[in-house]
Design a protein around this ligand. Structure first.
Ligand code: SF4
Length: 453
């Protein structure tokens, strides 16, 4: 434990998705702003905050285990994040019923509540060391890329998802605040900004696209205007902007020219989840009436280099063999560049669990396997076609032998492939983490590329 003379120390355990990660960053930033320090071990901490994830059962267990460990090792524990909003079967707060010794529990995106819980159990130091706080805040990602959260919550009610019940309806951040954060991140050396939310295309709907101001100019709280402004800023700093969680509403077409023009990366993460209209209806998906094959073809015509990423669910309740075959046909035609597929997982509390004709687990898994097998072949062909081309790569890692591992415009961190870069031929040249290099592709498999810089 720290002495009375030193700053109070807080241990922090951050679990979950990039959206939870940005919550952690905001809490850590505020703690540092108020003069708290972070502890590297449980016994060096005066208090521990655990930011939890409650999305699937495995994540719930991981979060509960982390809370148990923090209680056993330290004893003073505050819990925040998605699991904090969950109830047990009797409607009691899930965490308090399993771990009654936890001091306070808040839901996700609850900076003010977490800070008041901290103040209550570990009063803040007298002299905040404001000058120790970097203007870009505290980041948990490497220095050269960062996630930028533009909104919280979601207005949709997809039947397999419990996020709206945990995170609430859509709340868009003011555009000036987002732009200032982006500028501070670029100034601090960030080379790639990953825009995240639950539904990026819906940005501004909750505030009726109200007018904001950035750099003395009016800018609407709308995805298109935000992306234009971010693209301009990124260009001035020689950096990348990558968009995630974009639903295929018609106005998405307006941002494809910005990709073709190089203002933002030609990368679109559109979670489609299925192709058959009846399954999409049962899923209650946003933009489910869109003709996605035509849309994808139109995007490719506007921006031939575009990488399309998507996720799908196999074995959704009621999915017939012919609905599943429809999905496979769609995937064969769409030839999506980057694809993830999950077997349907009946998350506790999701209304989809009440639908008729649930698909047995082994069939869900088998269908998932068939999607991934098909995708492996498509991805292999698409990546083979890159051999002989030159791609720009942002280096994430440099090895002792001088070789590097990085990502091209087609690769988001953690979820897509990587590019392995050989050590440069020139003996005086060294690869550096966070640097852009142009790489000639010499080999490919179904996920990754290999090349020379
Ligand atoms: S769009 Fe659907 S899946 Fe995504 S967060 Fe909202 S309810 Fe969940």
């Amino acid at each position: 434990m720290s002495t009375a003379l030193s700053a109070p120390k807080i241990g922090f355990v951050s679990l979950g998705c990039p959206k939870a990660l940005t919550d952690s960053e905001q809490i850590l930033t505020q703690l540092r702003a108020e003069g708290y320090e972070t502890a590297k071990s449980y016994d060096g901490a005066d208090l521990v905050i655990v930011n939890t994830c409650g999305f699937i059962d495995a994540a719930v267990q991981e979060s509960l285990d982390a809370i148990g460990e923090a209680l056993a090792e330290n004893g003073k524990v505050i819990v925040t994040g998605c699991l904090g909003a969950k109830k047990d079967a009797e409607g009691r707060d899930l965490i308090q019923s399993i771990h009654p010794k936890v001091l306070e529990v808040t839901g996700p995106h609850a900076l003010a509540d977490v800070m008041s819980a901290v103040h209550k159990h570990l009063p803040k130091p007298h002299e905040p060391f404001l000058d120790l706080l970097p203007p870009q805040g505290i980041k948990l990602t490497p220095k050269h890329f960062a996630y930028l959260k533009i909104s919280e919550g979601c207005n949709h009610r997809c039947s397999f998802c419990i996020i709206p019940s945990m995170r609430g309806d859509l709340v868009s951040r003011p555009i000036a605040e987002i732009m200032l954060e982006a500028e501070n991140l670029f100034k601090a050396g960030v080379r790639e900004l990953l825009v995240i939310s639950q539904d990026t295309s819906a940005y501004g709907v909750d505030v009726k696209f109200r007018m904001g101001f950035w750099n003395g100019k009016p800018v609407k709280t709308h995805m298109t205007q935000l992306v234009e402004a971010l693209g301009e800023l990124a260009r001035a700093h020689g950096a990348w902007v990558r968009l995630h969680y974009v639903y295929p509403y018609p106005h998405v077409d307006q941002i494809i020219p910005l990709m073709a023009d190089g203002a933002i990366l030609p990368y679109l993460d559109v979670p489609l989840q299925h192709a058959h209209p009846d399954v999409l209806k049962r899923m209650k998906r946003p933009a489910s009436g869109e003709k996605n094959i035509e849309r994808i073809a139109a995007w490719r015509a506007m921006c031939p280099d575009i990488t399309i990423r998507s996720t799908f669910i196999a074995g959704f309740p009621g999915e017939t063999e012919s609905e599943f075959a429809y999905l496979l046909d769609f995937l064969k035609e769409a030839r999506i560049d980057r694809l993830g597929c999950f077997a349907y997982s009946p998350v506790a509390g999701a209304t989809a669990n009440l639908l008729a004709d649930p698909v047995p687990e082994e069939v869900r898994e088998e269908r998932r396997g068939r999607v991934m097998q098909l995708q492996e072949q498509i991805s292999k062909e698409l990546l083979q076609a890159k051999i002989g081309k030159t791609v720009r790569v942002l280096l994430d890692e440099v090895k002792r032998d001088g070789s590097g591992i990085g990502r091209s415009a087609a690769d988001a961190p953690e979820i897509d492939g990587v590019v392995y870069v050989k050590p440069p031929y020139e003996p005086h040249r060294k690869l550096l983490v966070g640097e852009f290099v142009d790489v000639e592709v010499v080999a490919a498999d179904a996920h990754d590329l290999w090349g020379n810089s």
